[in-house]
Write a protein that binds this ligand. Structure first.
Ligand code: Y6M
Length: 114
């Protein structure tokens, strides 16, 4: 029993770290392009170009529904947000720069939490 309890405790502490990380990402001044899903009915070409859309509100819903099993699976979705941004936006654009800023901020947060 102890071993099972031990594994679930580690998962819970990892998920607690994910909640803190997501709150810090959502509060960042450059988070606005990433807070909600891109409306692919309005943004022509988005659905064709971006195969796996992701945004912070979707990550929040997956976190609340226990759909992340580790910090690594959570990190995969956060990095997907920034990879999609790089694919669809010029580096020298407002949203492109926001994506690069947010990815740097996330990498720095992870260094602090490790
Ligand atoms: O000019 C625009 C207008 C809309 C969007 C972008 C750029 N980039 C986002 O990645 C997706 C939504």
């Amino acid at each position: 029993c102890y071993k099972i309890a031990q594994i679930s405790k580690d998962d819970n502490s990892q998920l607690a770290v994910c909640r803190v990380l997501l709150a810090e990402l959502e509060a960042h001044k450059d988070a606005w392009p990433f807070l909600t899903p891109v409306n692919h009915k309005v943004i022509l070409g988005y659905r064709k170009v971006i195969k796996r859309p992701m945004d912070f509100s979707t990550i929040r819903r997956k976190l609340n529904n226990n759909l992340y099993f580790s910090l690594e699976t959570f990190m995969g979705d956060v990095n997907l947000v920034f990879d999609n941004c790089e694919k669809f936006n010029e580096d020298d654009s407002e949203i492109g720069r926001a994506g690069h800023n947010m990815r740097k901020f996330f990498d720095e947060l992870l260094q602090l939490k490790k």
